[in-house]
Design a protein around this ligand. Structure first.
Ligand code: ADP
Ligand code: MG
Length: 344
């Protein structure tokens, strides 16, 4: 070996570790929106408003009317692996909250300038905290408005490399808009708003039926060309809408799949849907759908992807069978006319 070339090993400083870890969870502005909105949902919010400037690069502000964060807990919320949602790894087999890794807030804070105001109703005043690059100031008082407001400013200000890889502001905004729509589809009873550079872009008042939310998000033309599906097997439910084969087009969206309200990419579900159509789709036409799966949490591994976009089913075959059979039954049976009638 060449003398002097033996590298020495050292442990990376905490702030460097945080920024590297943040790279996995916070790829782009829409990831911030997804994480903040999921925190609001976990906090039981009924109204969530997302305001962004410049495709999320200057500012992302998420305001909710949820449970709030206790004054003493507030600095802790920005520590790595700090969560109120998981007590032991046993809980991972039954996790029903969107979050559980305790990584989003510290990751976001390490690559931006954060200001948070939160009120639980238990303290005399709301608590306010600012962080720059993850370094927290001290907690101060703010007027008591129930819920939480988090401002994420100057995202990636200390990550020039990451910033360079971002797309045009309009592209980043369309990812944000997609993230809000996905959350909205999974939570019809929550009022969602999205504002970009002061303009109202999305506004979905709370509705009680999942179908009505699909209508708000994708419009009457899409919903009118779908059929409703519902299928059950022990431990599993699948419901939602799929494009009526006669209305299928070359469009590849939406192809939305939610598992226990998480938006996920599932090749199993996509494959099963395609199988369910069998030869009913004309050449060049694609299946489009919005499907909600309910799965016993112990038949699911949600901890396989840092941004939780992927999950693992314990019984892939049963999911596949349920989805494919449900579609086949709907397309072949008398249910089909009934479902189409409801949709129109
Ligand atoms: P996780 O969601 O995995 O627990 P996060 O870093 O996203 O981790 O959030 C850390 C903690 O901060 C959460 O467990 C929760 O207790 C609290 N928190 C974050 N956002 C909110 C919010 N909008 N309302 C209430 N509590 C919140
Ligand atoms: Mg979270």
């Amino acid at each position: 070996a060449v003398a002097g070339c033996v590298p020495t090993i050292h442990i990376l400083p905490g702030d460097v570790v945080s920024r590297i870890a943040a790279g996995e969870v916070i790829e782009r502005p829409s990831a911030v929106v997804k994480e903040l909105v999921e925190n609001s949902l976990d906090a039981g919010a009924r109204r969530i408003s997302v305001e962004v400037k410049d495709g999320g690069l200057s500012l992302i502000r998420v305001t909710d009317d949820g449970a709030g964060i206790g004054r003493l807990d507030l600095p802790l919320a920005f520590q790595r692996h700090a969560t109120s949602k998981l007590a032991s790894d046993q809980d991972l087999t039954s996790v029903m909250t969107m979050g559980f890794r305790g990584e989003a807030l510290p990751s976001i804070a390490s690559v931006s300038k954060v200001a948070v105001t939160t009120f639980t109703g238990r303290d005399a005043a709301a608590a306010h905290l600012t962080l720059v690059g993850g370094v927290a100031g001290t907690v101060t008082d703010a007027p008591p408005v129930p819920g939480t407001r988090i401002d994420v400013a100057e995202l990636f200000y200390n990550q020039p490399a990451r910033k360079k890889f971002l797309k045009a502001k309009s592209t980043e905004f369309s990812h944000i808009s997609h993230a809000v729509q996905q959350a909205a589809l999974a939570w019809p009873s929550v009022h969602f708003r999205l504002i970009h550079n002061g303009q109202d872009v999305l506004n979905y008042p709370a509705v009680s039926e999942g179908r009505d939310r699909i209508l708000q998000v994708y419009g009457r033309t899409f919903v009118g060309s779908t059929v409703e599906v519902l299928g059950r097997a022990t431990g599993y439910v699948v419901r939602g809408v799929v494009i009526d084969p006669v209305h299928a087009r070359s469009a590849k969206t939406p192809q939305d799949c939610f598992v226990n309200r998480r938006p996920v990419r599932s090749s199993t579900v996509f494959h099963a849907v395609t199988g369910g159509y069998a030869s009913l789709l004309a050449k060049g036409c694609h299946p489009t759908y919005v499907l909600y799966l309910e799965v016993d949490p112990d038949k699911l591994d949600v901890n396989v992807h840092p941004a939780k976009r992927e999950i693992r089913f314990a019984e892939t075959d049963r999911i596949h069978q349920l989805v494919a059979q449900t579609l086949r039954r709907v397309f072949s049976g008398p249910e089909r006319t009934a479902a189409t009638a409801i949709a129109n």
